[in-house]
Design a binder for this molecule. Sequence first.
Ligand code: IMP
Length: 423
Amino acid sequence: MPVHIIVGAQWGDEGKGKVVDMLSEHADIVARYQGGANAGHTVCIGDKTYVLHLIPSGIFHQHITCVIGNGVVIDPVALMSEIDQLQKAGIDIKGRLLISHNAHLIMPYHKMLDTIREKSANSIGTTGRGIGPAYIDKFMRVGIRIVDLLDRDILAQKLKANIEEKNQILTKVYGETKMDVDAIIAEYQEFDKSIDEYITDTSLYLNSALKEGKRIIAEGAQGALLDVDHGTYPFVTSSNPTSGGACTGLGIPPTYVDSITGIVKAYSTRVGNGPFPTELLNDTGEKLRRIGHEFGATTGRPRRCGWFDAVALRYSATVNGIQQIVITKLDVLDEFDEMRICVGYEVGGKKLKSFPTDVKTLESVTPVYERFEGWKTPISGVREFADLPLATRRYLNAMAELTGTRIHIISVGPRRDQTLYAR
Ligand code: IMP
């Protein structure tokens, strides 16, 4: 396993945190390749629950080195507070966290612009963490990178130029008040001491590690259907959570990738705006939300809930090159009399051949469902695939068959041990 990519195969919140934590046992390095503190990866160890936003979910294994790659956008305030929280919880970070010198920074003006734009008619329901505006600056080539934190003069120069331009936009376009250039410069110049020990050329580090035969897990954030290129644009995030993003976001060649796993929730959820064909705006959706605790780990927003969508997953499996899937939160369905799986989309009575990524079509599809009998018994204690109720196995087999994938692992609860391997 030189490089094993873990992708969210739906709209994010599939439970990647638990899976990456578990798989870390057999890896040397866990590297995050895109997104920022918009992500919330939850890991439950014993009776403790940790929510990580930036630091890879392998941090709970002492032998793992964690890398935040060049493709991630980093809010240094959020990062330092996460490091602080982990250290207070007794987790030793020293020498185990490496941050790419080329990763871009999220600044207060990015968060402000994100929030202001979200108040407009074109709101897409972002997390308000400044992700989009930070990536805009990266691609405008005016972004400020992690390495800039180490040179106080360069940082001041770049911040001044950026804030002066942003102040024009804030005052003239949005009628807001100006940001205080000197205060921001003074605040961010202070990060050099605290962040210095973590900064390195992580692409060089990862490539050397690969030559030494080390095993890397590339951890994606969000999900494939939120990918800026392959998702339900414009209701997407601003990076590439799909597997292709792992190579550019870490600076490692595709030739080292030998395994791609998609994390799949046993039903569907989505946060923010945008098309969601199998959404349940009724008591069943409410029941999924309640039992599945479907509230954003970053924003606390209630997640939209719906039936499992095999059409969307088949598309995701293709775009990502998924070889095997991990099914999460299967136990959430324990109390349902019946479940449905969307097996096709129709528009105007005609069956669509593939998943449409243009919003207009996706919003107008009628899902075609197949019904599945519920198992109506708790499965959180089951550890062998063969011991699962017949109805559960039927549901799982249908998920695999309808999406053209192979099930590798099934998660039946938040704890590490609430896991079983498919034979
Ligand atoms: P942004 O990434 O904050 O710009 O938000 C863009 C879209 O992605 C919005 O619909 C968000 O709700 C969604 N999004 C961002 N991060 C996550 C995540 O970790 N889980 C689920 N949805 C997310």
